[in-house]
Ligand binder design. Sequence first.
Ligand code: PPY
Length: 306
Amino acid sequence: MPRIAYFGPQGTFTEQAARALADPREHELLPLDTIPAVVAAVRSGEVAAGCVPVENSVEGAVPATMDALALGEPVVAVAEHVLPVHFSVLVRPGTEAAQIQTVASHPHGLAQVRGWLEANLPKATAIAVNSTAGAARAVHAGEYDAAVSAPVAVEHYPLHELATGVADVADAVTRFLLVTRPGALPAPTGADRTSLVAVAVNRTGALSGLLHELALREINLTRLEARPTKDRFGEYRFFLDVEGHLAEQRIADALAALHRRCLEVRFLGSYPRTDGTQTQVAAPTRDEDFAAATDWVAAVRRGERA
Ligand SMILES: O=C(O)C(=O)Cc1ccccc1
């Protein structure tokens, strides 16, 4: 049975996303403790796919995922899933709020309940750990007093819910990706997203030039993030998500232009959007507009038209 690794241990938000993306009759789920371990298992072929969190509507990007996707052997996203996130605060049975000195969670978890902690556990020290479920596991082991976890974590660890439905921002969501080794792309659906990473040359207007290539082809950007390249201070890797699929000519044409312009471009996948928002493509950037223009140039080159 093909295996799908996810950022675990059991009881993470990523497990919920992996369950939504997997077919229970076809896939076995494998929890791994870190995001790089999930991506490494995909690269090595140990698993068929891996599920990792990529961005949150409150706290932004998940840096570990960006680095794991941008560096090393290529992997590509074939699907995404968006999950609403609210938290449960879990403690060992018998723990009173007044006894809580340490509260552990994933950094994104802590960031999303900062106000609640301030109001309800003002004396507790927040401790960042690998994952929300890792925090629950550590509370069970007696390492910390409370964990800010996904609501499902209580089914995996014998803990008590001190509070549930905790979130400073009520409608917070996290987006997850299912990544595989490069292969055939998912078929275009008309509601797709394409992700890529580009390193622009270090020159005036380089980023603007890169974005201009998208604007010229009427490609809508849904996300732009920068991460240091890590080699040279002041050089950045730009992570771009755009509406559309590489099978569309305007996207292929834009990626080819970025390949000419940038020091480095990496394709991170074309996959259906969870929200199903259809991309509106109008003249002059429909496939037929590109085909007609290419035909005309070819005919001119052959001396048949002018
Ligand atoms: O630690 C987890 O449960 C994760 O899956 C990462 C995460 C952490 C906080 C909010 C959303 C996802």
